[in-house]
Design a binder for this molecule. Structure first.
Ligand code: PLP
Length: 406
């Protein structure tokens, strides 16, 4: 029998964070309680003074939340994790913990839209400056570093362009400049990529996406490497209050059990669909980390175990054609978010990345005609036939437009 830490990833997904409990329940109970009774006045005082371990109040700690946090910390190869109310709450917890007025952040240009907005509005208001740069070129990271740079924030693959930044190289540069590296690992999950092992200092996720995987929870998580960082972050989270709740933690923990197998299927489907789309005459361009045509294909091979479940592509005919496409699919659902078992399709320029503004979008490579698919675990053949009928509609509409213009 292997030691726990030597188990394969798929075994860890099933067993991590699960502790013995009173009745021997295979699935640990949900402690749906806001507060915990003290045995005596002295017991309460001792818990508050930190002399004894135990639970006080769910904003501070709760066994169901902790079980899920421990599971994800183990899957990411970190020390401990902090469950947050959403991915954005996780990102805010990280910034609020690591940055002070006068500090500077270097951030990937292609990141989740609201991350850009958070840095450009709230963090800016509190005196934190940010340089956004194309982090797929490590030279840009080096050029953007300033004496007051405290955090290099990388999302890879980046949303929605799926560009890939080299975590290992970026970590070297950041550490030479006494800055820490934070990686948003939402698009890959620890099944496919473990940034801490590549040199990053902090990894975070929107739990809403692949980790929960069933489109029924909003949540976030931050994983850290050491006790000191954990204590520093936990204080901020306790004070700002953006914690996840026990029931959502339970659902995420349940979702984790199938993470390895889901990511395998997401990837298998996405690879098939991407190869099919690449050959389709109505597809103008496509980005998928599993295609040799991807500009950072080689970095990807080194950095992740598999290319994941996200595809972006542009159809011929610009924004109108894109609208026809996303309006014509039937099995793929027109919705934002990603990482669930069901396939979703969306239009970044008018939806997830609208708040960035057009200039920032174009600088990040998000053209108006770009469409993003989160490939689910349905049959790849069914998904391809759905896209095929939708692309046929696009062709019809374009032909019709050309005729009326002529
Ligand atoms: C969704 C998402 C977030 C934000 O997470 P929420 O749970 O919606 O707050 C952050 N980063 C990435 C890459 C995401 O896809």
């Amino acid at each position: 029998m292997k030691h726990d830490e030597d188990l394969d990833f798929s075994s860890k997904c099933v067993h991590s964070g699960i502790e013995e409990n009173e009745f021997g329940a295979v699935v640990p109970p949900i402690y749906q309680t806001s507060t915990f009774k003290f045995k005596s006045a002295d017991h309460g005082a001792s818990l508050f003074a930190g002399k004894e371990k135990g639970y006080i109040y769910t904003r501070l700690a709760n066994p169901t939340i902790e079980a899920m946090e421990n599971a994800i910390a183990e899957l990411e190869g970190g020390y401990k994790a902090l469950g947050c109310a959403s991915g954005m709450a996780a990102i805010h917890t990280v910034f609020a913990s690591m940055l002070s007025a006068g500090d500077h952040v270097v951030c990937s240009a292609a990141v989740y839209g609201p991350t850009t907005t958070l840095l450009n509005t709230i963090m800016k208001k509190f005196g934190v400056g940010t340089t956004f740069t194309d982090t797929t070129d490590v030279g840009n990271v080096l050029n953007a570093m300033k004496p007051n740079t405290k955090v290099v924030y990388v999302e890879t693959p980046g949303n929605p362009t799926l560009c890939i930044s080299d975590i290992e190289e970026i970590s070297k540069i950041a550490h030479e400049h006494n800055a820490k590296v934070v990686v948003d690992n939402t698009f890959m999950s620890p099944a496919l990529q473990t940034p801490l092992a590549l040199g990053a200092d902090v990894v975070l996720h929107s739990l809403t996406k692949f980790l929960n995987g069933h489109a029924d929870v909003v949540g976030g998580i931050v994983v850290v490497k050491d006790e000191e960082t954990y204590t520093q972050f936990r204080k901020v989270l306790n004070q700002t209050g953006g914690v996840i709740d026990p029931f959502n933690s339970f659902l995420v923990h349940r979702g984790l059990k199938t993470l390895a197998i889901r990511m395998e299927k997401h990837t298998e489907n996405a690879q098939k669909i991407a190869e099919w789309l690449e050959k389709h005459p109505m597809v103008k361009s496509i980005r998928y980390p599993g295609l040799k045509s991807h500009p950072n294909y080689e970095v990807g091979l080194r950095q992740h175990k598999a290319p994941g479940g996200m595809i972006t592509f542009e159809v011929e005919g610009g924004i109108e054609a894109g609208k026809v496409l996303i309006g014509s699919v039937k099995l793929c659902q027109l919705a934002v978010s990603l990482g669930g078992v069901e396939s979703l399709i969306e239009h970044p320029a008018s939806m997830t990345h609208f708040s960035m503004g057009k200039d920032a979008r174009l600088a990040a490579g998000i053209t108006d005609g770009l469409v993003r698919i989160s490939v689910g675990i349905e049959s790849a053949d069914d998904l391809i036939s759905d896209l095929d009928q939708a692309l046929a509609k696009v062709k019809e509409v374009i032909r019709h437009l050309e005729k009326t213009e002529a």
